[in-house]
Write a protein that binds this ligand. Structure first.
Ligand SMILES: Nc1ncnc2c1ncn2[C@@H]1O[C@H](COP(=O)(O)OP(=O)(O)OP(=O)(O)O)[C@@H](O)[C@H]1O
Ligand SMILES: [Mg+2]
Length: 506
């Protein structure tokens, strides 16, 4: 156990109010936390088990930097605002409690509007989140001297890299003893969740635990270190809440128990569609040949978003050239999502709240003259009749007859995964780069169900996934061109290039 005592140093701005040199921050750290606290690494990950004392370490470390370095700006991130408050601002170990003595002596003040603690030496501890789309842009011009990320796997690699690019000293005067340590990043996390794969790739895979290694230059080039923490490394929890371990062990999936109790990174792969890749699955739009089978799929929502996808089935022959003169050659049977309508109001998981008839007519407006749609597969729930006509009946009356989807969730999950993986290196499903709101934004964020790793967590924004699952399970078929001769087909089979990387766009 380390006891950290912060005493106000003479001449450090403002009168000494500690009462004759008394200590105003008395915090103890457990052994593993102490290791992390004194680590010379500049891109540190402390983590693993649930309850291992991760959030506490970040709070104590942030306070240390603010007390030690006048004018420093520390940013403590959690993904959502409610988590930020619940985790860091409440309770006996929360920031206000840790800083109570200093606050009482006027050395620190909480500014609710700006959501930051201001220290009288000019240091700032800002509490930040990325709950809403666009939140990231707020940090575009920030100078972050110490970036603290709690539950790092809740963030995407893109968000992390963006924030890391804001980590810089600017005009900060750093005391000599901290010159090698600042600017720095300190992260804490459990395995699992949407960022599992990239966090594992960055910290867990390249080097054994505790070993400091230099990250590649195209990945920040900082001094990286992973310090694993198990539940047993936080004796406070066992003392205060002896039943916690049993509750963790009562999680229904043994893999999850291992991940949460021991911080085992090999067990839980949080991302449900980890094979999704912008490079492989997102393509530039091209004119779909007229004879390709086209259909639609729909997942209904009103207060939650609805999702509509328009699909075409490639026939294995080259499509027309795109605007860059590149032919699109997709394997026969590849599903091409060429249009989507994601019914959201711009805030994650918030629907448009419009009627079934409005959606049906909006759908028809989005189509082109003469576009031949062979069928529309839809969420089974749309056929439920409670007190009157079902959503499907409204659609039918508006000119959009629907066919109920296959409801087998697990088989559907496997089918979607198999399509994304594809065969011979070519994916069995691609999306136009215009399908941004539904497919491109939400598919990579899907998380496995914590209680059932063979399914997607339905609490995440899964509407496009469901709609895409209906599409994959609808047994679409390949429609060949009536004009192509069999000799032409034979030529294609013999000489046409295999589906390859050249049609990929990013
Ligand atoms: N060194 C310590 N001294 C006193 N209390 C501590 C210490 N470390 C952790 N705690 C307390 O133990 C409890 C769990 O710690 P903490 O919240 O930091 O764990 P965590 O790993 O972040 O957990 P989770 O996985 O739930 O986010 C908290 O009440 C915290 O205040
Ligand atoms: Mg925590």
């Amino acid at each position: 156990m380390t006891l950290i005592r912060q005493k106000r140093r003479a001449g450090q701005g403002g009168p000494d109010q500690t009462g004759g040199g008394g200590h105003f921050l008395r915090v103890s750290l457990h052994a593993k936390q102490s290791l992390a606290f004194v680590s010379p690494a500049t891109e540190l990950l402390y983590g693993g088990a649930a309850g291992g004392g991760k959030s506490h370490l970040l709070r104590v470390s942030a306070i240390r930097w603010c007390l030690e370095v006048p004018g420093i700006q520390c940013y403590l991130f959690r993904k959502s605002h409610p988590d930020l408050r619940a985790n860091h601002l409440r309770g006996a170990g929360g920031l206000p409690a840790l800083l109570a003595t200093a606050t009482g002596r006027g050395l620190v003040k909480w500014h609710d509007q700006a959501r930051e603690f201001r220290f009288d030496n000019g240091a700032i501890l800002k509490l930040a989140h990325l709950q809403h789309e666009g939140d990231l842009d707020k940090y575009q011009g920030a100078d972050i001297h110490v970036l603290l990320m709690d539950e790092l796997t809740h963030f995407s690699a893109h968000q992390y890299r963006f924030l890391r690019a804001r980590v810089r000293l600017g005009g900060l005067q750093v005391p000599d003893r901290y010159a090698a340590l600042l600017p720095r990043i300190e992260c804490a996390t459990n395995p699992g969740s949407i960022g599992h794969a990239w966090v594992k790739r960055s910290w867990i895979e390249p080097a054994p635990p505790f070993q400091i290694h230099t990250a590649p230059t195209d990945d920040g080039g900082m001094q990286r270190q992973y310090i694993p923490a198990r539940l047993a490394d936080n004796p406070t929890l066992a003392e205060r809440d002896p039943g916690y371990l049993a509750r963790l062990e009562g999680l229904s999936h043994p893999a999850l128990v291992k991940a949460m109790r021991d911080g085992d990174w090999d067990i839980v792969a949080g991302q449900a569609l980890e094979m999704w890749s912008g490079e492989r699955h997102v393509i530039r739009p091209f004119a779909i040949p007229r004879h390709w089978l086209r259909f639609r799929s729909i997942d209904w929502g009103s207060s939650k978003p609805f999702s509509i996808g328009w699909w075409a089935v490639a026939d294995g022959n080259d499509g027309p050239l795109n605007k860059d003169g590149i032919p699109h050659i997709l394997a026969a049977g590849t599903l091409v999502r060429y249009r989507e309508w994601y019914g959201w109001n711009g805030a994650p998981d918030q629907g448009l709240r419009i009627t079934a008839r409005q959606v049906a007519s909006g759908l028809l407006e989005r189509q082109q003259e003469g576009e031949k749609i062979v069928y529309t597969v839809a969420d089974r729930a749309m056929f439920n009749r409670n007190d009157g006509p079902s959503v499907a009946e409204h659609f039918a009356r508006a000119g959009v007859p629907l066919r109920p989807s296959d409801s087998a969730r697990k088989a559907g999950f496997q089918e979607v995964r198999a399509r994304l993986i594809g065969t011979d290196g070519a994916p069995g499903l691609v999306v136009f780069d215009t399908c941004r709101d539904g497919a491109i934004r939400t598919l990579p964020n899907l998380v496995l169900d914590r209680d059932d790793p063979e399914d997607v967590d339905t609490r995440t924004e899964d509407h496009t996934y469901d709609e895409l699952r209906y599409a994959c399970m609808s047994r679409p078929w390949v429609q060949r061109s009536p004009r192509r001769s069999s000799a032409g087909d034979r030529w294609q089979q013999a000489f046409a290039p295999r589906p390859s990387a050249h049609w990929r766009t990013h």
